[in-house]
Design a binder for this molecule. Structure first.
Ligand SMILES: Cc1cc2ncn([C@H]3O[C@H](COP(=O)(O)O)[C@@H](O)[C@H]3O)c2cc1C
Ligand SMILES: O=C(O)c1cccnc1
Length: 352
């Protein structure tokens, strides 16, 4: 799908069907428990019913897509690890030995790894090679990429949602790998939330206080040099974003188009979500926030999205790790709606 076709779809993304959401709420209210007592699990089941237009949504086929891209801004010393780690982790994903592989096995989900812009010498077997360019340019010196490249990366993500639909995937998670991407994510977050970049800057992979101060200065310089237009999310993604961030935004837009729920992960995927919502507000309706990352910008971004995270496990990994941890909670929510006895079967009535 080319950019013109894709952007035409953005104008009329579907919204959840309130009739199915209402029927699910009625069903939950009739189960053998006090009304509302399953809290956020109930909310999840209701939302899933609306998104899938079904009173018995099935989330059997689950997938996390890990979008990989490198960042030219690593030249400025903004990460505790070198860029080469992105390629090494792609190898590890392919061997099934990264944290995301373990957590996905635990959750009964597939892992799909997509190289949208790494600088790795070779793309490991099993990793989808759709590289738009080998890493972004250093955003502290000029735009990270051209608008056309950002659009291409976005289309890569959309295509992954389309493929998931064709393959019958019922639940998605958006993950990423890209050394330097907490810098890009904080920069995009600063523009889209209109907050001061310094307060949004965190340790990433493990910078100390001095490193975090330097990183904040690099973000401020990148914003000053590029002057991204906050009313134009594509401009923001191109100038101070990243290839995997743009791809994740496209993935979420595509998932909204195909009515597939997406669980977002930590800071980076949440920033991609915010960019997607700025392009098409309906995207929010298919998104679920999994956890609250240690990164200081994450809570602010989730608040802007209007989403409440399910877990706070003090994680700061990425890859989609927190997102797949939330998969079993969604399974639980749906099983409860399907397997519990009804109050009426037990002859129980509320007295209020
Ligand atoms: C071994 C390793 C595995 C990772 N898996 C995810 N990340 C995470 O760390 C990176 C972002 O942090 P920063 O902006 O500080 O570079 C991303 O690749 C993210 O996915 C990793 C980082 C490392 C070192
Ligand atoms: O919040 C995240 O997802 C995160 C934080 C630090 C490093 N990588 C990812």
């Amino acid at each position: 799908m080319n950019w013109e076709e894709l952007s035409a779809h953005l104008q009329n993304l579907p919204t959840p069907d309130p009739r199915f959401a209402k029927r699910m709420q009625e069903r939950l209210d009739s189960l053998a428990k006090p009304k509302g007592s399953l809290g956020r699990l109930e909310e999840m089941a209701v939302r899933l019913a609306g998104i899938t237009a079904s009173t018995q949504p099935e989330m059997v086929h689950k997938r996390v897509v890990v979008f990989c891209g490198d960042h030219g801004v690593t030249e400025e010393g903004v990460s505790a690890y070198p860029s080469e780690v992105t390629g090494w982790m792609m190898e590890t994903f392919a061997r099934g030995q990264a944290a995301i592989n373990v957590l996905a096995r635990q959750a009964g989900a597939e892992v799909k790894v997509v190289d949208v812009g790494s600088k790795a010498d070779r793309v490991p077997k099993g990793v989808v090679n759709v590289r738009v360019r080998p890493g972004t340019a250093n955003m502290a010196r000029g735009p990270a990429m051209s608008r056309a490249e950002a659009e291409q990366a976005l289309a890569v993500g959309w295509k992954q949602a389309e493929t998931a639909k064709e393959q019958g995937v019922q639940l998605l998670a958006a993950g990423e790998m890209g050394i330097g991407n907490t810098t890009a994510a904080a920069a995009v977050a600063a523009v889209l939330t209109q907050r001061d970049a310094t307060t949004l800057t965190g340790m990433g992979t493990g910078l100390g206080d001095q490193g975090v101060r330097r990183k904040a200065a690099v973000i401020l310089q990148s914003l000053r040099i590029n002057q991204p237009d906050s009313s134009d999310p594509m401009d923001v993604l191109a100038k101070v974003g990243g290839l995997e961030i743009a791809a994740m935004a496209g993935f979420m837009l595509g998932a909204a188009f195909y009515r597939i729920p997406v669980v977002i992960d930590g800071l980076i995927s949440s920033v991609a979500a915010l960019a997607a919502v700025h392009m098409a507000p309906q995207v929010r309706e298919i998104l679920f926030a999994s956890h609250l990352s240690v990164e200081p910008a994450h809570g602010i971004v989730l608040e802007k999205l209007g989403l409440t995270p399910l877990l706070d496990a003090e994680m700061r990994l990425g890859e989609g790790s927190g997102a797949v941890l939330a998969f079993p909670l969604m399974d639980a929510a749906l099983r409860l709606s399907q397997e519990m006895a009804l109050l009426s079967e037990l002859g129980i009535h509320s007295q209020s």
